[in-house]
Every structure is written in structure tokens, then in C-alpha cells.
Design a protein around this ligand. Sequence first.
Ligand code: ADP
Ligand code: MG
Length: 285
Amino acid sequence: MTENTDLVDTLVQPRVVDAVPAGALGGGPATLRADSVSAWFGDHKVLDRVSLTMPAREVTALIGPSGCGKSTFLRILNRMHELIGSAALSGRVLLDEQDIYDRGRRITHARRQIGMVFQKPNPFPAMSIYDNVVAGLKLNAIKVGRDGKDDLVEECLTKAGLWNEVKDRLRQPGGALSGGQQQRLCIARSLAVRPRVLLMDEPCSALDPTSTRRIEETIAELKSEVTIVIVTHNMQQAARVSDTCAFFLAAQGTPGVIVEHGDTDAMFNSPRDERTSDYVNGRFG
Ligand code: ADP
Ligand code: MG
């Protein structure tokens, strides 16, 4: 299953949702904590007892070679992993110390509080820029009046660093934008439901350097209001945007683990583990 179809599945599946009054939304950035998370696809174990605290108002970068379980870990953080037929997991994920997997907690509630932006920008291409931004409201049964919607669209596009480029053409299709603009539109769409955490899986890997810079600026501006967790293969990007960093590694034939995590400057300048040092200095991966 590609990451794009993951999202489409999430958006189109029938769901029972509580009507959430606009005033009850939000809550501000929250700390996300993974506690001994393991993951499997069938009998293939891909993560082994991963624990990581992703503090509120900080950017946490997840780095490591392909196949070590970074995307799987991210999907576990907002309950998308369980959409995959063969997928299983153990451990806990706590959003401000409340387990998002607790029985009785709705999967839709976790997904609204913990948004996701994918590698390949995936706006609804035929839908207008305006309607793309507010698409998540209806799916989450969030009712907002017309004026409120206009304000929300402007606010979210501004936060995503796109407002000035699109304010005169909000009725044009999202698919007409450049790749970098589409990614910022996806960020605006995620912000419209007021998530407390935003997960980003290699959000710049399909973008040119200028667009990448714009997204990095956006991340820096957003971190005061939403906790950000970003997977990136770009070491300079991890060093530029993140406060803390976690290095994932899966040795041949074994599940992914976190080798080292901590303050980003320390991870890059004085790593404790030789494997971290090799990776951040481009000696493998
Ligand atoms: P990363 O994002 O670090 O590249 P992934 O989380 O995508 O790593 O993959 C971790 C492991 O899980 C890999 O061995 C990959 O082949 C496997 N995997 C990922 N997605 C699926 C899936 N949908 N079905 C089966 N195996 C998968
Ligand atoms: Mg990945």
C-alpha cells in the first residue's frame, strides 16, 4: 500500500464521529511519548521496543537508513499502522500521558489530534485550494460557519506560508499548484482541524531546494503551536530544523531500534555511538 492510498483510505472510510464544537478543538501542542513500541507485518518484526519522548513545542527528527522502520513508527503514532491488513503492534503511545490506543478511545480522535503530511504532496487535485484546506472539517464532523471558514482558510494558509501566493485564486484547483505549493497546501489542510501534533514523513524529498527551504521555514514557525515529528534523509535538514533527534537502525535481518537519541547538536557534533557518528557523517545509509 502506498502512503497516498493510506491517506485516501483514512479520509474516505465511513466513520462514526462525535460532533465536536469548534471551541472544544485544539488544546495546543502536546507531548507524544512512545513506550516500548514493537511492530510486525505478518511474522516479520520491523520495530523492537522503541521508546521515545517527542516534547511539546519542539521539532523531533527521525533519521536512519531506508527500511529501518521510521515510516512504520510514524504511522503507529497516529493509528494508521492498524489499517494495513497484516500489521500488528505492541506497546503504548501517549499523548500528554493519555494512551491513544486505549479501548474506548476513538481512532478518529487520535487522527484528528495527530495529523500527518506525506512524502508526496496529496491534495485533492480537482478540489479548489479553499475546499482542500477545509476538507478535514467535514470528515471530522466539525461545524464551522461561512465566515469562520474564510478566517480559518486564511489563517491556515498563512501558517503554512502559502497565503500570499494563493489568496487571489482560492477557487482554482489544488492540483494546479507547484509541488512545493501543494505540500504547503497539505500542511494547511492538516492544520485546519487543529492538531496537537503534526507528523511529517520526508515532506521535502520530492521538492526542489527553494521549496524545501520554504517548508523548513514553515516548520520553524509552527513549532510553537504544534509538536512536530519529521522523518528526513537529509542530514542538513535534520540539523537545521530539529531540536531533538532519534537515530533508527535495523541491523541485517533484525528489527529497527533507536540507537541513540537526544539534543540535535549533540547527536551531530558529539554522538555517543560510533554508528550514529558514521551515519550523520555520511559513512553509510
Ligand atoms: P523506513 O521508513 O525507515 O524506510 P519502513 O517503516 O517503510 O522503513 O519499513 C520498515 C520495514 O517494514 C521494511 O522491512 C519494509 O519492507 C516493511 N514494510 C513497510 N511497509 C510494509 C507493508 N505495508 N507490508 C509489509 N511490510 C512492510
Ligand atoms: Mg519511510
